[in-house]
Design a binder for this molecule. Structure first.
Ligand SMILES: NC(=O)c1ccc[n+]([C@@H]2O[C@H](COP(=O)([O-])OP(=O)(O)OC[C@H]3O[C@@H](n4cnc5c(N)ncnc54)[C@H](OP(=O)(O)O)[C@@H]3O)[C@@H](O)[C@H]2O)c1
Length: 278
């Protein structure tokens, strides 16, 4: 029997790697894409341990390269259907607006936003041909709430949220669902971009950065297990009923979103700024 096909971007580590294994365990033929296929060793070893390596094909994909996306398009013609796209690839630029270059912002958007659009544009015709498919976009709590030192990352995720809301309405009549997964903080490599925020010696943001780094350090004990996010993605991919638009996940995430909707923003910013500058 033909397995349904799932494509995942950024499956060399973190959520992407775990999603590849979880979707293979849930009956999918997985195309685990990554920009450097030399990194596939970990994914394939972990898949082997779970007896699903035969259901994972690794394919090179840099989501910022149109050429690379086109190569994937040609490869997809071998599959009888494309059922799931997990737009997971991403990274986090940390730093204060005044101290980042416009190039930093552009790079952040190239991967976290424009990359997702181009991969999705390539995959949609395959899904439309079968009048069936799910596009699962890895957003973040940062796509619903801003945080100082994360304006590049947060704005890229807010843009993804708006894109996904609109796209969902466009493709629903063709049997395609668009979904946003909104994790809080999880133990993956994503934090390296934030932990290494560069700042000038005489920067007015010196003490600010100290507060943020302290906040990140304290928050680590509450980091979730990334496997929970992979299981959520597998659940969204396999459920028979039409999925919701948003799936917030992680410690305190639903509570924070509720508070943000209920309280005046001024109260929320007081709490955040007090925590950082105490
Ligand atoms: N961890 C969290 O707390 C958290 C919370 C909310 C949302 N997220 C989101 O979850 C997604 C996955 O991140 P993660 O936490 O699993 O971190 P991660 O372990 O650093 O994984 C990021 C993945 O994206 C890939 N990637 C980066 N740029 C790429 C590009 N141009 N083309 C293709 N792949 C690229 C990386 O590949 P390389 O190995 O080549 O670098 C890596 O496989 C991201 O979209 C992130 O924003 C994470």
């Amino acid at each position: 029997m033909n397995r349904k096909t799932a494509i995942i971007t950024g499956s060399s580590s973190g959520f992407g790697l775990l999603c590849a294994i979880e979707l293979a365990r849930n009956g999918f033929q997985v195309i685990g894409t990554m920009r450097n296929v030399d990194k596939a060793v970990t994914l394939l070893e972990r898949a082997n341990e779970r007896n699903v390596s035969e259901f994972i094909k690794v394919f090179p994909l840099d989501v910022t390269s149109s050429e690379s996306i086109n190569d994937l398009k040609n490869y997809l013609r071998e599959f009888h259907s494309i059922d799931i796209l997990v737009n997971n690839a991403g990274f986090a630029v940390g730093g204060f607006c005044e101290e980042l270059s416009i190039e930093d912002y552009r790079k952040q958007f190239e991967t976290n936003f424009f990359g997702i659009i181009e991969v999705t544009q390539m995959v949609l015709p395959f899904m439309r041909a079968n009048r069936h498919g799910r596009v699962i976009n890895m957003s973040s709590i940062s796509g619903r709430m801003g945080f100082p030192g994360l304006s590049a990352y947060s704005s890229s995720k807010y843009a993804l949220e708006g894109f996904s809301e609109s796209l969902r309405l466009e493709v629903k009549p063709f049997g395609i669902d668009v979904v946003l997964v909104e994790p809080g903080s999880y133990a993956t490599n994503i934090w390296s971009g934030v932990e290494t925020i560069k700042i000038n010696q005489d920067s007015p943001y010196q003490s600010y950065l100290k507060g943020i780094k302290c906040e990140i350090e304290t928050g680590k004990k509450d980091h979730g297990d990334p496997q929970d996010v992979a299981q959520l993605v597998a659940q969204i991919a396999t459920q028979t009923k039409s999925p919701d638009l948003r799936y917030p996940i992680g410690k305190g995430v639903k509570k924070n979103l509720l508070l943000k909707n209920m309280l005046p923003w001024k109260m929320i910013e007081d709490v955040i700024l007090k925590r950082i500058h105490n």
